[in-house]
Design a binder for this molecule. Structure first.
Ligand SMILES: Nc1ncnc2c1ncn2[C@@H]1O[C@H](COP(=O)(O)OP(=O)(O)OP(=O)(O)O)[C@@H](O)[C@H]1O
Ligand SMILES: [Mg+2]
Length: 252
């Protein structure tokens, strides 16, 4: 049994079958990559896992408990955090304030922005937030307004916002998209460190195969909403079905 067990997920958007009978089993303390061409249904699957979308049928079990029908913050409290394809940060707040928001959410069970007014008295939370910012190498930027940051920094900030929630499962939707090479390499190293130091299980969606093969223990390939093949990186590399799914544009 994996820490995450997804069975028979179907999701239609009108006439489009975005997910068709998707199964996924993610084992504890592994990195599981989900790859596939644009529009394959990868982000839709993550949306189902975090309660943003209700599937038409199927089940999602995390640590033996169903997450379907739970509110997103309840799923976060269970131990699932997510880095979105488009960073979901509060651009008018400082870096530090952004990291404090999930601290309050974790403690109070909901996003209570007004609680920020009293954050000066929340010494333990500030210490925790600073620790996370240090971990993602952003402590020196804690007073910066989030909108002024580079894409790579916004991604790192989002990771810090996930880490303060102390997740057991971290979902990452294209964490290196649009990053310069050096930033991508830093992100690979950061994710390796998070894994070894914190033992967090990860499911990662990526188009950059260098990132995938640097991190993944298992890979699931989705094509047109269907799981095509699931295997080790070595087997996936040379799988004819995978090459076919990418129609020759493949980096695999
Ligand atoms: N809310 C929605 N309403 C209607 N159609 C949607 C919605 N969300 C996604 N889709 C469609 O579902 C399909 C799968 O989309 P999804 O975003 O999951 O793909 P993806 O694999 O993440 O692609 P990419 O690699 O480009 O991010 C696409 O055809 C997309 O246009
Ligand atoms: Mg996507």
């Amino acid at each position: 049994m994996g820490i995450l067990e997804v069975k028979g997920i179907n999701k239609r958007f009108g006439g489009l079958q975005a997910l068709g009978d998707v199964n996924l089993s993610v084992q504890e303390n592994t990195v599981h990559a989900i790859i596939g061409p644009n529009g394959a249904g990868k982000s839709t699957l993550l949306n189902v896992l975090v309660g943003k979308l209700i599937p038409d049928s199927g089940s999602v079990m995390f640590d033996g408990k169903s997450v379907l029908g739970l509110k997103p913050f309840e799923i976060t409290q269970m131990g699932i955090s997510r880095v979105f394809q488009t960073p979901e940060i509060f651009i008018n707040l400082t870096v530090m304030e952004n990291v404090l928001i999930p601290c309050f959410a974790k403690r109070d069970g909901a996003y209570r922005l007004h609680a920020l007014e009293s954050f000066a008295s929340e010494k333990d939370m500030i210490e925790q937030a600073e620790k996370m910012l240090e971990e993602v190498n952003m402590l020196d930027k804690r007073h910066m307004i989030a909108s002024s940051m580079s894409r790579g920094d916004k991604r790192r900030l989002e990771m810090a916002m996930c880490l303060v929630q102390e997740p057991r499962l971290l979902l990452l939707d294209e964490p290196t998209a649009g990053m310069a090479r050096a930033d991508t390499e830093n992100t690979i190293q950061l994710l390796k460190d998070i894994r070894t130091q914190r033992g967090i299980t990860m499911a990662i969606i990526e188009h950059d195969m260098n990132v995938v093969f640097s991190l993944a223990d298992r890979i699931t390939v989705l094509a047109q909403g269907m799981p095509l093949v699931e295997d080790t990186p070595d087997k996936i590399k040379n799988h004819p079905k995978v090459r076919e799914a990418y129609l020759g544009e493949a980096q695999v």
